[in-house]
Design a protein around this ligand. Sequence first.
Ligand SMILES: C[S@@+](CC[C@H](N)C(=O)[O-])C[C@H]1O[C@@H](n2cnc3c(N)ncnc32)[C@H](O)[C@@H]1O
Length: 276
Amino acid sequence: MNMKDVLRGKLTEDELKRVPRAFDVIGDVAIIEIPFELKKKRKLIAEALMKVNRHVKTVCDKYGERSGDYRLNSLEVIAGGSTLTEHRENGCRFRVDVVKAYFSPRESTERVRIAKMIKPGEDVLVMFSGVCPSPVVYAKLQPGLHKAYGVELNPEAHKFALENVRLNRMQTKVVPVLGNVKEVCPRIGIKFDRITMPLPKGAHEFLDTVFEVAKKGGIVHFYHYDREDDLYGKAVEYIEKAAEKAHKKVEILDKRKVLPYGPRIWKVCVEFRVLD
Ligand SMILES: C[S@@+](CC[C@H](N)C(=O)[O-])C[C@H]1O[C@@H](n2cnc3c(N)ncnc32)[C@H](O)[C@@H]1O
């Protein structure tokens, strides 16, 4: 039985066609974008979702885009209660309140892809690390890494990051740091073998910091949103301009689509090596 089967008879055929097929599940919280025309029926939709997905205890309506520096979702609870949950991914556990901190289960595959590239002994920096899923997954899948630092601006996300490091027993490997990437990264006092920049809206503004803290030969994973007709042009331009400003040379190693973001818009990753 699917959601539409449960809703048949309660919604018109036209309304049934508009019920979203996809939604995110973080732990036991489901996040669904209910179209404007169905807002009056959202309670019924949430109940149907919970009936078909027995492990879901809370359903939130996502009524707007992510916003603000903390990239928080605009959510309203429409069934159940608590937005604090524990999500399992890649053999790790992540506690998060989906209203107070960023977390996306859709990034799971990308976390694994990067983890598989990390070599033993590497010092890794995750800028914009949220509740620390990336550093923890990297350390879990590549136990030989030396240390993974996660730098995050949102104090609520940082609190969960500290909790998640303990929960996954990664205290000797993962170091969550609270603060603005620009100020905090140079103060950590080490140079990194690998840096990830998972802030597709605006990561380019932090490339100057990358050049400050990357080792010679270090690898950077730069994320960016762009349109299908020119996915990588702007990203490469940002990287080359920032490198020139920092008097560094770079070698582009890879360009790839990561996830669809909107109609003909993709999140992409451009990987580059800092030469000197
Ligand atoms: C797109 S989310 C990615 C979070 C995390 N990497 C993940 O996958 O769950 C971006 C995160 O960057 C944080 N952030 C935004 N600007 C920042 C800055 N200048 N310094 C540190 N963190 C920042 C936000 O609070 C948010 O948690």
